[in-house]
Design a protein around this ligand. Structure first.
Ligand code: FAD
Length: 321
């Protein structure tokens, strides 16, 4: 990679890394530049070829026992050394709980800018990266370019499609970097008790809002979700105020991209809608015909969810028999 050239992509989440590689390939082709993926961890060498098949021209491999699990200091040192040596023009990092602070700290070290949570990426006539992200509480989309390089942006999961793997040639480079002993030590890791499928990965989400009167009524949504092979979601007040859930869908919660989103007793305030705008099909059930959710819904049912949900369940059961 010559001076200030090429794109580097990294995420500690393998699927997200593949998704970003797909978009990175498109941009690299347009700019006729090189695309490199960064693979950090221990015993991860076996994944390098998959990254090449998904579009990487090069894979920088940093395989070290000290990097077994994500820790911000050593991972940041690796990316910083790589960026200092190879001088990429653009660095795309997965927007995860680990990836976001990593990108921000890398930008600080490299004295450049960082644009978080980009939903769209393109390139302008001058070859600069153009990032689009939702802003002002979900009411506007900001288009931002950089004044400095490298251009660092973070990309949320499921923003871009994972590309189809193809047989291609690529280079795997063992990147030699001094791994400092981390200042913190992971004493124990425990799996989080979560449902089998993460809500971001669900194809169908049956979601409830304050129209649901009692916690026990969640079963109405669970039954429907089960028939449709989906997950139950919810608005923020059901988690924050009523404590029925620990997470929620929306601007300050999970941004979802299901094939079908059924909003039950949800008003459709902008902060909630900002998290579902990429759903392929939105069905809303609300007893208020003027509820804003109907403005974004593809199909709307004006009615009481306590009547509609059992009827819908029965109809679907018959249909799917
Ligand atoms: C900074 C900030 C960030 C926020 N982030 C988020 C976020 O990420 N996600 C989020 O969800 N919220 C978020 N909120 C909260 C958001 O502003 C709304 O308060 C919230 O989304 C409203 O939730 P709701 O639709 O469940 O409740 P409501 O707005 O009270 O709507 C309930 C709806 O249920 C309908 N209804 C009532 N009974 C029935 C029935 N029997 N059958 C059918 N319909 C019925 C009513 O007509 C009404 O439309 C945020 C707020 C702030 C200030």
């Amino acid at each position: 990679m010559s001076e200030n050239k090429g794109i580097i992509v990294y995420s500690e989440k393998h699927d997200l890394l593949l998704e970003i590689l797909g978009k990175g390939r498109e941009i690299a082709d347009k700019l006729q530049k090189e695309l490199a993926a960064v693979l950090i961890g221990y015993g991860v060498q076996g994944k390098a070829n998959e990254l090449i098949k998904h579009g990487a021209d090069k894979v920088f491999l940093i395989d070290n026992h000290a990097l077994t699990s994500f820790q911000i200091e050593p991972y940041l040192n690796v990316l910083h050394s790589l960026a200092t040596k190879y001088k990429p023009e653009t660095v795309l990092i997965g927007s995860t709980r680990n990836g976001k602070p990593l990108a921000a700290r890398l930008a600080t070290r490299l004295q450049t800018g960082c644009i978080p949570d980009c939903n769209r990426l393109s390139v302008d006539e001058e070859g600069r990266l153009v990032c689009e992200r939702i802003t002002y509480g979900g009411t506007a989309i900001a288009k931002i370019t950089f004044k400095t390089k490298p251009q660092i942006a973070t990309i949320p999961p499921r923003t871009f499609e994972k590309p189809q793997p193809k047989e291609r040639n690529g280079q795997i480079i063992n990147f030699d970097v001094k791994i400092e002993t981390p200042k913190t030590e992971i004493v124990e890791t425990k799996p989080l008790e979560v449902s089998a499928v993460r809500i971001e990965d669900a194809d169908v989400i049956v979601s409830c809002g304050r129209g649901l009167e009692k916690k026990e009524d969640i079963v109405l949504l669970e039954e429907l979700a089960q028939i449709l092979n989906g997950q139950v979601g919810n608005t923020r007040p059901l988690a924050e105020d009523r404590k029925w859930f620990t997470e929620w869908v929306g601007l300050s919660g999970h941004k979802v991209k299901p094939k079908l989103y059924i909003a039950c007793g949800i008003s459709g305030v902008i902060q909630h809608v900002a998290g579902i705008r990429d759903a392929k099909l939105i069905v809303a059930i609300n007893k208020d015909e003027n509820a804003p959710i109907f403005e974004v819904a593809d199909y709307g049912v004006v009615g009481n969810l306590y009547e509609i949900l059992p009827a819908l369940k029965e109809a679907l059961k018959k249909q799917l028999q």
